[in-house]
Write a protein that binds this ligand. Structure first.
Ligand SMILES: Nc1ncnc2c1ncn2[C@@H]1O[C@H](COP(=O)(O)OP(=O)(O)OP(=O)(O)O)[C@@H](O)[C@H]1O
Length: 248
């Protein structure tokens, strides 16, 4: 049987909360870099349709938490459990290859500077994750073109990344993060390099492309305006959660 790489996630299990079902759950996370303790027993849960801002002073462990929840960093202790199309996966128990495969299908990423490939066009950048999950080139380019259209970028699809403004490049990064229908989008300071008006517009697009469609968004930010527009804020200090609360 051929598995459609873009088949929708299974319906969420029944649960009584008005929020979506738990998509990602981190429990007792400890991460060390040598002697330095970056995360010191962190529990965080993220539900479908939720936007969770991770805040805290520089060095408090925000990026480390994001990367541990996305399976990029393997914690020394604790578990990260993701509900996938195939059932619950504990990311730490997977081989590196299996973890990469899960990451590719289940997570989208938006970084501060986009992390796009400057030599490639906008369409080619968006097509990359699709090619990596095995889609044919023609279908990948067609889907990338349609995603860029959805984000109002059709006129720029053939431009190389270096020919785009910062806000346009971040929209391309959002289209790329959406390409595989990933149910969790992880963003590390996605508006950090933008002026406030462009930042607000990029955040509009990011929320519209994720939580408005039932996906989960985890966003590391120093910007209180960004955090206010998320549904929940987790504040870290010295690798520990000091606040975890809804914003409205
Ligand atoms: N690769 C690494 N090697 C050694 N120490 C690291 C490494 N990455 C992070 N750290 C340390 O781990 C701690 C948490 O870092 P992290 O980048 O997660 O914090 P942050 O809150 O995202 O910081 P910032 O807001 O400055 O980006 C810091 O003390 C940092 O110096």
């Amino acid at each position: 049987m051929t598995v459609d790489p873009l088949s929708p996630a299974l319906p969420a299990p029944q649960q009584s909360s008005p929020l979506g079902a738990v998509r990602l759950s981190a429990t007792g996370l400890r991460v060390r870099y040598g002697e330095a303790v970056a995360l010191d027993g962190v529990d965080v849960e993220v539900r479908d349709g939720e936007s969770v801002a991770i805040m805290g002073p520089s060095g408090s462990g925000k990026s480390t938490l994001l990367y541990a929840m996305a399976g990029i960093i393997r914690p020394a202790e604790g578990t990260v459990t993701l509900r996938t199309r195939e059932g619950a996966e504990e990311l730490g128990s997977l081989s590196d290859a299996a973890r990469s495969a899960v990451r590719l299908r289940e997570f989208g990423f938006v970084f501060q500077q986009g992390m796009l490939i400057p030599e490639l066009t906008a369409t080619e950048n968006v097509a990359i994750p699709l090619l990596l999950i095995g889609m044919g080139k023609r279908a990948a380019m067609e889907r990338a073109t349609s995603l860029l259209e959805d984000l109002g970028l059709s006129g720029l699809a053939g431009r190389r990344i270096g020919q785009l403004s910062g806000g346009q490049a971040q929209r391309v990064a959002i289209a790329r993060a959406r390409a595989t229908n990933a149910q969790v989008v992880c963003a590390d300071e996605p508006t950090g390099a933008l002026d406030s008006k462009t930042a607000s517009e990029v955040l509009d697009v990011l929320l519209a492309e994720t939580t408005a469609q039932g996906r989960a968004l985890i966003i590391v930010t120093h910007d209180e305006d960004v955090a206010r527009r998320c549904s929940r804020v987790v504040r870290l200090r010295d690798g520990r959660v000091v606040v975890d609360g809804e914003t409205r």
